[in-house]
Each structure stands twice: as C-alpha cells, then as structure tokens.
Design a protein around this ligand. Structure first.
Ligand SMILES: NC(=O)C1=CN([C@@H]2O[C@H](COP(=O)(O)OP(=O)(O)OC[C@H]3O[C@@H](n4cnc5c(N)ncnc54)[C@H](OP(=O)(O)O)[C@@H]3O)[C@@H](O)[C@H]2O)C=CC1
Ligand SMILES: Nc1nc(=O)c2c([nH]1)NC[C@@H]1CN(c3ccc(C(=O)N[C@@H](CCC(=O)O)C(=O)O)cc3)C=[N+]21
Length: 292
C-alpha cells in the first residue's frame, strides 16, 4: 500500500474548534446559534447523518433541533413550516434532510428556505454565488471535499481534476469550486462512455455516485489524490464508492470511509450555521441602525 490515508476526523476537529470559538462570541452577543433539521417520512436514510449532526452540534456550541414530519404532510404544509422558521429570529439555520418523499420536490422546498438561513448552500442564490466564486454559505459536502484536497501539498492551479457524479448537491458544486481554484475539470456521469479514460488522466479524482466499488486501482494515475464522498451501507458496514484496497495501492492520497469526507461535511455544516448566525446578526444590526 502506498497511499497516505487522509485523516478526516482530525481536519474536522480543527474546524469544530474554530466554530466553537465563534459560536461562543456570538452567544455572548446574544446570538446563540441554533440549527433546525427537517426530515420527512422514512428517516432511515438520513438517520446516521442526523445522529452525527447532533453530536457535532454539541461540540460546536450550536443548539440543534430535530423535526420529523409524517410522510403524509403536503408540500404546502411544509412551505408553511419553513415560512415560520424563516420568520423566527431564534432560528439561524435550516437543513432539509434528503431524500424526501416523491410528492415533495426538493428544489421547491430548498427555494423556500431564506438564503441567510440556508446552511446547506442549496438555495438558487447560494448556488449562484458559487458560479461567481463568492462563497458565503457553500454546499457542505462539496466544500468539505475541496478543503480536504486543499490540505494536500498539491498546487490547484492547472491541476487535472476528474469529478465522477454530477448531482446538484455534490458533483456540480465541486466542479465549480475546483474551477475557481484554477483546476482543469472533467465531469463524468452515467452517460460518460469510459470514466476510466478521464479518471486515469487526473491528478485528483472526486467520486460521489453511491455505488460501492465503482472506482478501483486501475482507474487511477499513480500518485493521484482520491477523495471518496460515497456513503453506502454494505452488510451493516459503511463503505465509500472506491474499492479501498486496490485504490490505496495506486493513489498518493486517499480518504477512508468512514473517517474521511463525512466528518468534515458535518463540521462544515456547523461552521455554516455559525456563519449564518453572524450574517443575520449583522443584517439585523444594519437594519436596526438604519431605522434610527
Ligand atoms: N460524505 C458526505 O457528506 C455525503 C455523501 N453523500 C454520498 O455521496 C454519494 C452521491 O450522493 P448524491 O450526489 O446525493 O447522489 P445522486 O444519486 O444525486 O447522484 C449520483 C450521481 O452519480 C452519477 N452516476 C450514476 N452512475 C454512474 C456511473 N456508473 N458512473 C459515473 N457516474 C454515475 C449520476 O449521474 P446521472 O445523473 O447522469 O445519472 C449522478 O450525477 C452517495 O453515496 C451519498 O450517500 C452524499 C451527500 C453527502
Ligand atoms: N440535505 C442533505 N445533505 C446531505 O449532505 C445529506 C443528506 N441530505 N442526506 C444523507 C446524506 C448522507 N450524508 C452523510 C454525511 C456525513 C456522514 C458521516 O459523518 N459519516 C461518518 C460516520 C460513518 C459511520 O460511522 O458509519 C464518516 O464517514 O466517518 C454520513 C452521511 C449526508 N447526506
């Protein structure tokens, strides 16, 4: 085995410590950060994620409230719930857990979250900011994956990057973030003819598909960085999208699953919650001062 295994937990801890310090400052100013999680219907898929969020919220000094709505709730009712949370000054962040039942279009709901409370960075205005390379609240997983890459001794300018998977929440934002850092980016998806042609040419590969074993050693350039975002349950264990053993023989760096991108994602979410709180405090103070 030649690859260096990246310690996501250690990176996450550094971020949590910074987040905690900022949460304390905000609390002292009367703005204790508070995050609300919304899940609908079958919670099994997001359960692990929510459990980790709760744990990390505590470590980051962020109050965390879990709300579970029945499968039968209508889109209009959920929009009403969000309108209430948007208007409530004690709520600083809203996260809508995926997946949602088929009758609830996630895009419509995501638009109903006030952009200043959009800790997942999924509101169209947050997504637009990525294209403009202005990151106020970036999508947590993509930000986490890119931060992990940035922690390596690689120059991102001119780096050949291959992103496998182009979902709105992960693959697409990673591609934009990497372009913003000067990388040359190739994006692969289910219609790509030969993913390996692209992945083998890359200095860094990001994979976010949801298929265990999709990336294996022969698909990588020797010494490349492999950032595995996949979270899959296989026979009671959590595994990524890479066949870890064969990839670790070829790659220069590799993120493990668990212990890689996951923990950094959750600490990025907490960091976003704290940033959102600061933005709301500033917004409130400017509006208030303007009214005097
Ligand atoms: N670590 C973390 O914090 C997070 C991890 N995840 C995990 O990341 C994975 C992906 O999540 P998400 O982006 O939400 O998933 P989606 O199902 O939304 O997207 C999967 C993407 O993979 C593409 N794809 C499907 N098959 C192939 C293939 N054979 N080769 C190349 N691309 C393919 C799809 O392309 P097309 O649309 O063209 O079919 C699609 O763009 C999951 O395992 C999920 O659990 C997700 C969020 C956070
Ligand atoms: N709106 C929304 N945004 C998401 O980003 C989102 C979502 N919904 N729904 C579910 C998936 C999945 N996901 C995980 C993130 C981190 C861990 C995580 O922290 N994993 C740890 C523990 C794993 C284990 O112990 O098995 C690790 O990788 O080390 C897990 C899962 C985010 N998702």
């Amino acid at each position: 085995m030649s690859a260096t295994i990246i310690d996501g937990k250690a990176l996450a801890q550094v971020k949590l410590d910074e987040t905690y310090a900022e949460a304390q400052r905000l609390s002292e100013a009367g703005w204790a950060p508070r995050l609300v999680s919304i899940s609908v219907g079958d919670v099994a898929a997001a359960e692990l994620y929510v459990r980790n969020q709760k744990k990390y919220a505590e470590k980051a000094g962020v109050a965390f409230e879990v709300r579970n709505y029945p499968e039968t709730i209508s889109l209009e009712q959920l929009q009403g719930v969000l309108a209430g949370l948007n208007a409530d000054p004690r709520v600083n962040g809203i996260i809508i857990q995926r997946p949602l039942p088929a009758h609830i279009p996630v895009k419509v709901l995501q638009k109903a979250v006030h952009p200043l409370k959009d800790v997942e960075g999924m509101h169209p205005s947050s997504i637009g900011n990525i294209v403009y390379n202005e990151l106020e609240l970036g999508p947590c997983t993509a930000v986490a994956a890119v931060e992990i890459l940035k922690s390596l001794p690689l120059q991102t300018e001119g780096l050949n990057v291959c992103v496998i998977g182009h979902s709105e929440i992960v693959g697409k934002p990673i591609a934009f973030l990497m372009m913003g850092l000067g990388a040359t980016v190739t994006v692969c998806h289910h219609m790509t003819r030969q993913v390996s042609v692209h992945s083998r040419a890359a200095d860094a590969v990001f994979v976010a598909v949801g298929k265990p074993g999709l990336v294996h050693g022969e698909m990588l350039k020797p010494g490349a960085a492999l950032i595995d975002i996949g979270i899959n349950r296989v026979e009671g264990r959590t595994v990524g999208d890479a066949d870890f053993d064969s990839c670790a023989e070829v790659a220069g760096w590799i993120t493990p699953v668990p212990g890689g991108v996951g923990p950094v994602t959750v600490s990025t979410l907490m960091n976003n919650a704290v940033r959102a709180t600061r933005m709301q405090m500033d917004h409130y103070r400017t509006t208030f001062a303007a009214a005097e």
